[in-house]
Design a protein around this ligand. Structure first.
Ligand SMILES: [Zn+2]
Length: 169
């Protein structure tokens, strides 16, 4: 059995390219590693030249260099979770090493821990957010997917509301 390379458009969804794009089959693959490195550097995931933020953590609406729309990005809480995971492990390890190695007064351990946690968090949040945005861009997630409107329209069209639904009572 041979499959056609022609795009398939069904009544249920947008055009798919099953053989050309084996990922989600709707869009061509994007370079993942290059995009992640650009995101880590707080640069546009598409070109790597334009700035990702117009202020500390405020995403620029579109890349000033290549025009890629970046306002679709929805990193939400993911960067904060990743940063907490890393900072927590680093700061607790350092504080315990300090405490068990040198036994300083408790205020020195507290001052060191709080200062290190704040500095690391502020330093790591922009690249962590850039990493998540680059991941979403690379996988055509959320608004980065030009077919997203088609997906949501299809879902709404397939829903049937009947008297059995609790919200229809
Ligand atoms: Zn760009």
């Amino acid at each position: 059995m041979t499959q056609s390379l022609r795009p398939v458009r069904s009544a249920d969804g947008p055009e798919q390219h099953p053989l050309l794009y084996p990922g989600n089959s709707f869009n061509p693959p994007r370079p993942l590693v290059a995009a992640l490195l650009r995101g880590l550097a707080c640069r546009c995931p598409a070109c790597g030249t334009g700035r990702l933020y117009r202020r500390f953590l405020t995403i620029t609406p579109s890349c000033a260099d290549c025009g890629e729309a970046l306002h679709h990005a929805r990193p939400d809480d993911a960067p904060a979770y990743f940063v907490m995971l890393v900072v927590g492990h680093v700061v607790v390890s350092l504080a315990m090493s300090l405490e068990f190695g040198f036994s300083p007064p408790i205020w020195i351990t507290l001052a060191f821990s709080v200062t290190t946690a704040c500095a690391l968090t502020l330093a790591l949040l922009p690249p962590a957010k850039g990493l998540v945005i680059a991941l979403q861009w690379s996988f055509w997630m959320h608004g980065f997917d030009p077919h997203e409107q088609d997906h949501s329209t299809t879902i709404v069209q397939n829903q049937t509301i009947s008297g059995d639904q609790p919200w229809a009572a």
